[in-house]
Design a protein around this ligand. Structure first.
Ligand code: ADP
Ligand code: MG
Length: 509
């Protein structure tokens, strides 16, 4: 007897008995391996199903659990797309077509409708197999609802963080224990001018004011050593070079091993607050000086008049004396004038404010002052130019006081330009209710560190100065509900801005 092997070669079997035995053996082996596969499918913790010609033909117990069903009959025989969420049916159908054409497909995340109607997220890997002699698709699934939920929660948390991050005006940062920036919030840009990436990976203390640096470093190391938070007020350099005062709160992050791994800090720009505090202090000082002046000025002014009168009298008599030196008298008289001038400036502060506020055209007022100072300006080779907007409303003011302010500021500007230059006076609307008066000179300027001192009584850098001019200006402008702002660059010039509220006309019905 002869038969063919799988490749069609002819071979002889020794006997029928032997042949049948072989056949039985093969069947046995097949049964065993089939059982093995079945067990594998049945006991797999992964949900597995098979579909053929679009219908479910097999599902394992884990699959049933995933479907929320307890009988195979409920599932088997039904179209596979019944279980797919409508939003995914097209994709799934397309994938089935691909598999049938023997193309490989990747794992897909999709949504499944359980028997109870609940929608869950799953991950599916389809594999082409032969089932009962026909082509079929084996689906290996995984429930990823929980993972999705966590992902979603994380995404929401991230989005929340981003909102906080982007809308927070405070600066938040994270440093490693060497002071290197590992995170900084976007507000870095609004507060300090540079994009946040600029300071990432850099030593945070690089831009701390040199005077504040030792303290900043000491507090930083203390935080790491004592594992307790610290607070500090520091000046930090803005991208355009000026100093920002920051109030910073730092806290160490302590790891499970008890060591500090990083420092988290929140900082806030308090430059404006500091300036207001400074102004308040100045105002306090002013009222104190004012009170003092009230007492002192009267006591000086009266004897002064007598002294001056008698000196003039003496001079007239002494002219005939052989030792007569006119310059002695000139010096005495000019010194007396100087005392008189200082006392008068004082009196302005001290005078009880019987106010005589009237609506005035400040352009005319300014022109008077300019006329008064033109001679002094010409002597110093200073050109005064004016630029006034045409429709400046009236300002409620005490004419003489406001003139005094303009005189003081113009004098300072002229004195700041010993070698001449341009002095520009501008007047324009600052807002619908405020007018801006700006004085721009090309003088010596004021060093940045001295700017806060302006307006302090007796602060002067001039040999002949009194240091009262600006103080008087601040005081007067304050009583006019206005404000003064001085900005300056050394050797470039100074800009003094005065902002005053304009006269509000009473509306009659
Ligand atoms: P004084 O003029 O008597 O010194 P002020 O109060 O008028 O007193 O001014 C105080 C100081 O402010 C001046 O000594 C000067 O250092 C500075 N200052 C004021 N205005 C200017 C200016 N336009 N340019 C440069 N420095 C100025
Ligand atoms: Mg002055």
């Amino acid at each position: 007897m002869s038969t063919r092997d799988t490749e069609g070669r002819r071979f002889r079997v020794q006997s029928l008995k032997e042949y049948l035995q072989k056949q039985k053996q093969i069947e046995q082996q097949l049964r065993e391996s089939e059982e093995c596969y079945r067990n594998l499918l049945e006991f797999s913790p992964e949900p597995i199903a098979v579909h053929q010609k679009g219908r479910v033909v097999y599902i394992n117990p884990a699959g049933l659990r995933l479907m929320g069903s307890d009988s195979k009959e409920e599932i088997i025989g039904r179209p596979i797309l019944d279980f797919v969420h409508p939003g995914y049916r097209d994709v799934v159908a397309e994938r089935v077509r691909k598999i049938e054409k023997n193309e490989t497909v990747e794992i897909l995340e999709e949504k499944l409708i359980r028997s109870d109607g609940q929608v869950i997220d799953i991950e599916v890997l389809p594999v082409r197999i032969t089932y009962m002699g026909e082509p079929a698709v084996l689906l290996i699934c995984r429930d990823i609802t929980e993972r999705k939920r966590v992902e979603q929660a994380l995404r929401e948390r991230d989005a929340n963080y981003r909102i906080i991050e982007q809308h927070m005006t405070d600066l938040i940062g994270v440093l490693d224990i060497h002071g290197i920036v590992t995170y900084i919030s976007p507000s870095y840009q609004t507060i300090l001018g540079d994009p946040p990436e600029y300071c990432m990976g850099k030593f945070l203390f690089e831009k701390v004011h040199p005077e504040d640096l030792p303290r900043a470093k000491r507090l930083f190391h203390e935080m790491i050593r004592t594992k307790t938070p610290r607070q500090a007020e520091l000046r930090y350099k803005h991208a355009d070079g000026h100093w920002i005062t920051m109030e910073a709160n730092g806290a160490p992050v302590i790891e499970e091993n008890g060591e500090v791994s990083k420092i988290v800090f929140v900082a806030r720009d308090i430059t404006e607050r500091k300036r207001t505090e400074e102004l308040l202090r100045k105002a306090d000082k002013l009222s104190l000086v004012g009170e003092l002046a009230a007492g002192v000025a009267h006591e000086i002014r009266n004897p002064l008049t007598a002294l001056k009168g008698f000196v003039q009298l003496l001079q007239a008599k002494a002219e005939n004396h052989p030792d007569y030196k006119p310059e002695y008298f000139e010096i005495m008289l000019s010194e007396l004038d100087r005392i008189h001038f200082i006392v008068n400036e004082f009196m302005l502060l001290a005078k009880p404010q019987v106010s005589n506020f009237q609506p005035k055209d400040i352009r005319i007022l300014m022109q008077h002052v300019v006329a008064l100072l033109t001679t002094q300006a010409i002597m110093n080779d200073v050109q005064i130019r004016t630029e006034f907007e045409s429709d400046i409303p009236l300002v409620t003011c005490e004419e003489n006081q406001l003139k005094q302010v303009f005189v003081n500021i113009l004098k300072n500007a002229i004195e700041a330009m010993p070698n001449g230059g341009d002095l520009m006076i501008q007047m324009k609307m600052y807002s619908s209710e405020k007018v801006l008066i700006r004085f721009v000179d090309q003088g010596c300027g004021i060093p940045e560190e001295l700017i806060p001192k302006l307006g302090n009584p007796f602060f002067t850098t001039k040999e002949q100065g009194t240091g009262l001019g600006l103080m008087v200006c601040y005081k007067i402008i304050e009583t006019h509900q206005g404000c003064i702002h001085i900005s300056s660059e050394k050797d470039k010039g100074t800009t003094v801005d005065i902002i005053l509220p304009v006269h509000v006309r009473e509306v009659r019905e």
